[in-house]
Design a binder for this molecule. Structure first.
Ligand code: NAP
Length: 431
């Protein structure tokens, strides 16, 4: 019997859950190679989930279990499109699954969106999480008294919460000392999370929203009118109920104010004399049934830091068609032998659990549709990478990075990540 050979591109939740399902259902009859452009696995669980949400980051343990199965091999630090072409991968394996996520920030697309001090949530989150491609954002925070976080989703909450938390509140996180001191050293007085539609259309989940009500040094302010909308109008009853509960609590005076504002559509980021962002002009909107319509009123809010948490787009590999911000696909299939899962498949929505169920469904489809065809698979690819001088990092290399990061954690922290590829590779080699 010949082995089914599958390559998975991306070791975030979606990719690991495909490996998990294939390993379980085709045990002994499948060879699974998981490629990641970073030397480290776990995608957004490592570089997207907020550093102070270690319970969520624990999803990595389930993902690691799937990756440690004998039929799975990890090829970290191998970028498809740079070290190997997608065509070469497709020729070597019976099936290829793209689990490449949505790493590009959706553009704010208004005048002034490129001003210094305006940053996308992907760029911000990668910096917070020590992603090796992240630019340092410390300079953006050093002068920031007023921050505007655009978007009414959980990523906006993550950004605002981390800006507001004290040193004591980020103990047990894996925030690096540099990032933590930039966050806590910022002279912030006000943070506003701003949604373009009415409060009934917020996308926050209740647990994340309620956490904003319990911050040590940030008092949460909600306009009572936003908590009195028709409960029938909401598409997120639990999130809206959490907003109502928070709006009913007394407002305590604390070091900084964290406000939730709605019905404000961003129109322009406006520069100050120093060329950095100084304010954002919004168009006030109002709800008419399910529609949100613009009014004649504009509102200008001062801001020296603007974080746009408005979603993401995938990167499109050569030879694959895009569909909006994701890859064109029909229920996970792009072409015979080529599949897609996760945010690259459906766009940037859904929790880690949503990815698991969906990745399993695509894995099942792949198994139903794909015969084993005596492809060269792992051996040929490993040889090709070696000839090209690519420094791939296998699972034992990642385990050494993991151990080194844990060993160098400051007291109270769970790990101190390497933010530099060279350091990661040195640690993978045991240096
Ligand atoms: P999201 O939940 O889709 O929220 C995006 C927000 O941006 C929405 O309020 C959207 O408004 C707004 N928006 C989009 N384009 C805009 C524009 N041009 N101008 C102004 N506002 C704009 O996305 P997300 O916050 O990036 O989160 C992505 C996914 O990850 C979600 O499923 C989220 O729940 C999940 N996540 C979960 C956690 C957690 O469980 N702790 C943490 C982080 C992320 P409209 O609604 O009007 O489009």
């Amino acid at each position: 019997m010949s082995m089914l050979k599958v390559a998975i591109v991306g070791s975030g939740p979606a990719g690991c859950y495909v490996a998990e399902r294939l390993g379980r259902k085709a045990k002994g009859a499948v060879e699974i190679d998981v490629f990641d452009r970073l030397p480290t696995p776990f995608g957004l669980v490592r570089a997207g989930v907020a550093p102070d949400h270690q319970t969520t980051k624990a999803a990595a343990r389930v993902m690691a279990k799937a990756m440690e199965k004998p039929e799975v091999r990890f090829f970290g630090n191998v970028e498809i499109g740079r070290d190997l072409t997608l065509d070469a991968l497709r020729a070597a394996y019976d099936a290829v699954v793209l689990a490449v996520g949505a790493p590009e920030d959706r553009g704010l697309d208004i005048p002034g969106a490129d001003l210094p001090g305006v940053v996308g949530s992907g760029a911000f989150t990668r910096w917070i999480n020590d992603h090796p491609d992240a630019a340092d954002r410390g300079g953006d925070l050093a002068q920031a008294r007023r921050a505007i976080v655009i978007g009414a989703g959980n990523v906006a909450i993550d950004a605002a919460r981390l800006l507001a938390k004290t040193a004591a509140e980020v103990e047990d996180s894996d925030l690096s000392p540099d990032v933590a001191s930039a966050l806590q050293g910022a002279p912030l007085e006000e943070i506003a999370i701003v949604g373009r539609r009415g409060a009934a259309h917020l996308k926050f989940t209740p647990t994340e929203l309620l956490e904003l009500g319990d911050l040590a040094e940030a008092s949460l302010r909600i306009d009572p009118a936003d908590a009195e909308q028709d409960p029938e109008a909401t598409d997120n009853p639990q999130g809206y109920a959490a907003l109502k509960e928070l709006a009913g609590r007394p407002v305590e005076a604390k070091r900084l104010t964290l406000s939730l504002r709605f019905n404000l559509q961003p129109e322009e980021c406006i520069a100050g004399a120093d060329g950095r962002v100084a304010s954002v002009r919004f168009r006030r909107t109002r709800s008419e049934g399910d529609r949100t319509v613009a009014t004649n009123e504009t509102v200008e809010l001062p801001a020296d830091l603007v974080i746009a948490c408005i979603g993401y787009r995938t990167r499109t590999p050569d030879g694959v068609a895009a569909d909006g911000g994701r890859l064109a696909n029909e229920e996970g299939r792009i072409a015979p032998g080529l599949y897609v899962v996760g945010w690259a498949k459906r766009g940037p929505s859904g929790t880690i659990g949503v990815n698991r169920a969906e990745a399993h469904a695509v894995a099942d489809r792949l198994l139903d549709e794909t015969p084993a065809d005596d492809r060269p698979g792992r051996a040929a690819v490993a040889e090709r990478l070696e000839t090209a001088g690519a420094e791939s990092v296998d699972w034992s290399g990642w385990s050494r990075i993991d151990a080194a990061e844990t060993a160098r954690a400051e007291p109270g922290r769970v790990r101190r990540k390497f933010a530099d590829r060279g350091e990661m590779i040195a640690a993978a080699r045991g240096a």
